[in-house]
Write a new protein. Structure first.
Length: 253
């Protein structure tokens, strides 16, 4: 991911609102989910291919959890072109990455520990959790982790079997076997494992933190930057976006 993309993601989360509401629903194996999510986000070309660099639109959406299906459905989705010189046509709408956009909202509906587990797929390039030599869960914990990753991906509208394989670092056939065993153990149908799932999620944190630190250090080295440099870039970007129209900074001009 480029520095520019990281900066934009940071600014985007600072400037936008995604809120989950409603009485929590407990879903297997013991994840509390808020059933309604409303989002109000700025988008650029990363999320709508028809946008030119620098163009920006605004989207609003509402997601609702379907208990019969076991995942969130898009109940409403709207676009405001703001100042962009474009028509919100059918052709334009087909370039909008609705699933990628609304997924931000879905992850706001689950607890923070579940959100972190959803990010484990980012470990696939290093070989998943099993790339850490010290990753050695008990058999029961491995099956519970499998069920957790599966259900979080399913809730998010992702391919759950692929999520298990990529997150843990398994061949697809092995992942399918683990999923079947987790289902046989009742982790896919019972909601009575809330305390255990939090414990398992907590045990994963050190591995994720190590990966983040290693990834950041590698990125900084590739771009000849320090953490202080990146922090300064983020602060400058935020300051420029907060200035009234016509008063944006022009560097040394």
């Amino acid at each position: 991911m480029s520095i520019a993309r990281i900066l934009w993601h940071h600014v985007r989360m600072e400037k936008n609102a995604v809120k989950a509401s409603g009485k929590g629903i407990l879903v297997p194996p013991g994840i509390a989910v808020r059933p309604v999510v409303r989002g109000d986000l700025d988008l650029r070309s990363e999320d709508a291919a028809a946008l030119e660099p620098g163009q920006e639109i605004r989207v609003t959406f509402r997601l609702e959890y379907s208990q019969s299906k076991g995942w969130f459905e898009v109940a409403a989705f709207g676009i405001d072109r703001l100042d962009a010189d474009l028509e919100v046509s059918g052709a334009f709408l087909r370039t909008v990455r609705v699933h990628a956009i609304t997924k931000l909202g879905i992850l706001a509906a689950v607890p923070e520990w579940a959100f972190q587990l959803a990010q484990l797929r980012n470990l696939r390039e290093r070989g998943g959790l099993r790339s850490f030599p010290e990753f050695a869960p008990s058999d029961d914990d491995a099956l519970l982790l499998t069920a957790l990753i599966y259900r979080i991906a399913e809730i998010s509208g992702e391919n759950p079997a692929l999520a298990v394989a990529e997150s843990i670092g398994l061949k697809q056939r092995t992942a399918t076997n683990w999923i079947q065993r987790a289902r046989g153990a009742g982790y896919m149908t019972s909601t009575e494992h809330s305390a255990s799932v939090r414990r398992v999620a907590e045990s994963i944190k050190p591995f994720w933190s190590t990966h983040i630190e290693e990834d950041l250090d590698a990125m900084f080295q590739r771009n000849n930057l320090s953490r202080e440099d990146v922090r300064a870039l983020v602060e400058r970007e935020l300051a420029e976006r907060d200035q009234p129209d016509g008063e944006a900074s022009h560097g040394n001009d």
